[in-house]
Design a protein around this ligand. Sequence first.
Ligand code: AHG
Ligand code: MN
Ligand code: MN
Length: 343
Amino acid sequence: MDTYEPAPNLESRTGLTLETYILEGMLGRPEARGYFTSLLSSLALAAKLVTSRVRRAGLANVLGYTGDENVQGEKVQKLDREANETLMRVLSRRGVCAAAASEEEEEMRVLSTAPHAKYVMMFDPLDGSSNIDVNISIGTIFGVLRKEHDGPVEEKDFLKPGTKLQAAGYVIYGSSTMFVITTGDGVHGFTYDPTVGEFLLSHENIRVPERGTTYSINEGNSSRWTDDVKRWNAWVKGDDKATQRPYRQRYVGTLVADAHRTLMRGGIFAYPGDVKAPEGKLRLLYEANPFAFLFEAAGGAASTGTERILDIVPTELHQRVPLALGSRGNVADYEAFVRGETP
Ligand code: AHG
Ligand code: MN
Ligand code: MN
């Protein structure tokens, strides 16, 4: 394969397209050309296709439910299904992705048996479904693992701890569409310019602040929380000038949006396990792990409360996990409460 020489270091990279960034190996993996590059650029294409649907959602008869339920027993929205099919179609075309696991499908879907199909992808095609019809931010979440053998792809190729992720990211369809990605060192954000049809580098090297003063949790579940989570929650709302409490509360109900705000501004997002659902609601492979990988790469943290998310060895494609992510300091406070301490 021809090698592609990156441009000399420019003073500012702002305005570079996502494709250029990927092609020139600027995602922190200069050695990664060819197949990996092809995989990442196919994600950029899928994101453009999905954003064009999302942006016309109210006009193009894609709002509402399909009448089906997905593997989680949740009602499937038309956009959930469209986004899922778009990702599957785009990924299968390049032949570099052996299989994909999606929130919308019970089993992994084999996409390529070509020898160069060296990766597997996990994704939540449309995150925040309940917000689609009310014009609130939604997103797409993805994670990429290497297929570590030459045989046919198997479910166990997906059941790897998050520390093994090769790349992870999300697309937020918010006031603008933004593509945020990491290959493990450095998190970069690209904002979509619909007039030219490209994602342009707008946020190079995103770092999550060491601490923040915002907390994000579905407080409607509070009667089911464990006592430790209740104590933490009372603490963040307590009055203390030195620690800038009470914190402010923000909750969109779209993980992508709540996590994106937390990444940019600091603070903490939590979806804990509770007495009714000890494992919480969010899914390890295509919700918690990609965000855990992104937050750690940006200097933040992600924990179940007792354990680092990225260390968990998954046993099932759709397993759920309690999740707390955000600034290192805020996640450490949360972990202290879960241990029964007060920071
Ligand atoms: P999805 O739309 O992919 O099923 O995910 C919804 C998730 C996540 O986006 C969000 O953080 C969480 O559900 C909100 O749940 P609650 O409505 O229980 O707060
Ligand atoms: Mn989701
Ligand atoms: Mn979803």
